[in-house]
Design a protein around this ligand. Structure first.
Ligand code: DQA
Length: 147
């Protein structure tokens, strides 16, 4: 199973600054992930919360349950050492996703603490970035298994 975790305000997708985040809703985003996971033949656990501590707990619960994590920490990526520590504690391969290209935006969005725990970061490709992240993470896990 791969956990797909989403942080604050992503429940507002579709209504929220569509010029930046597009028109897809959180349900649409979940469908993108379900489709990608079906193609890969891997199970996913897709979740969203606005609460930082809940994300920390979900990340902790991934230990022993998930083979990897795809996370859009949203604004908490820019602020949360707690999320970074939780990701490091799981020791699970992680890919960070952002719908928008955070490097084309405000300077305070250019840095994320969480990326320090990630294999890589995909940003700027809209919701299809999640499908890219799932494929990339799946490939990395398979490679690791073969060794
Ligand atoms: C975001 C980018 C963040 O800077 C922002 O705070 C978000 C969404 C993205 O997916 O583009 O809430 O993570």
């Amino acid at each position: 199973m791969i956990a797909v975790l989403n942080g604050p305000n992503l429940n507002m997708l579709g209504m929220r600054q569509p010029e930046i985040y597009g028109h897809a809703t959180l349900d649409d985003l979940e469908q993108v992930c379900i489709q990608a996971a079906e193609q890969l033949d891997v199970a996913i656990d897709f979740r969203q919360t606005n609460v930082e501590g809940e994300l920390v707990s979900w990340i902790q619960e991934c230990r022993g349950r998930a083979r990897g994590i795809v996370i859009n920490p949203a604004a908490y990526g820019h602020t949360s050492i707690a999320l970074l520590d939780a990701l490091l504690a799981t020791g699970l391969p992680t890919v960070e996703v952002h719908i928008s290209n955070i490097h084309r935006r405000d300077a305070f969005r250019h840095h994320t603490y969480t990326s320090q725990a990630a294999i890589g970061v995909i940003c700027g490709f809209g919701v299809r970035g999640y499908a890219m992240a799932l494929r990339a993470l799946y490939d990395m896990i398979e490679d690791e298994d073969e060794r």
